[in-house]
Design a protein around this ligand. Structure first.
Ligand code: SME
Length: 152
């Protein structure tokens, strides 16, 4: 299925301007992505808690997850918190450092939110499709995370 990422991005931009709290903004982004992108099945933001060196789940949509706290370094999410680099896993059965949330998940992409060169949060997307992510997903989510960084 062809996704019009530019159009979706244009729809997300106004969410930044209407006086929402950061929590509401992140929740709005999650809801928009779930509605508009067919291959995004679970979407959530994890925020770094520096005092415990853990990721703490913020707004999310999709099936509730028990993984509300993830140590830095653990799983795909924890690896991105450590490296500050986007990670694409096209087939989760091939990933050794992976925390399974649901047997329906086949692939995952995690993109960091960097503030002044420091990791502060990330967006995590699980997909029930096999190998669905392209360069376009990375650029699209990267653009969202850059905008989100301004709210940290
Ligand atoms: N699969 C993630 C854990 C978070 S859930 O996808 C919501 C990981 O390996 O870090």
């Amino acid at each position: 299925m062809q996704t019009d990422f530019q159009n979706i991005l244009n729809g997300i931009k106004p969410l930044f301007d209407d006086g929402k709290s950061r929590e509401q903004l992140l929740a709005g982004i999650c809801a928009t992505l779930k509605e508009k992108v067919y291959h995004y099945d679970w979407i959530g933001f994890y925020l770094l808690d520096e005092s415990t060196n853990q990721l703490v789940l913020g707004p999310s949509v999709g099936k509730p997850t028990e993984h509300t706290h993830i140590p830095v370094g653990k799983g795909v999410c924890g690896q991105v918190a450590e490296s500050g680099l986007t990670k694409v896993v096209q087939d989760v059965s091939e990933e050794n450092n992976y925390i399974a949330c649901s047997i329906d998940v086949q692939s995952e992409i995690v993109v960091p939110v960097m503030k002044n060169g420091k990791f502060v949060a990330e967006i995590d997307i699980d997909s029930h499709s096999a190998g669905p992510f392209t360069e376009e997903d990375e650029q699209f989510l990267g653009a969202i995370c850059e905008m989100v960084a301004g709210r940290f």
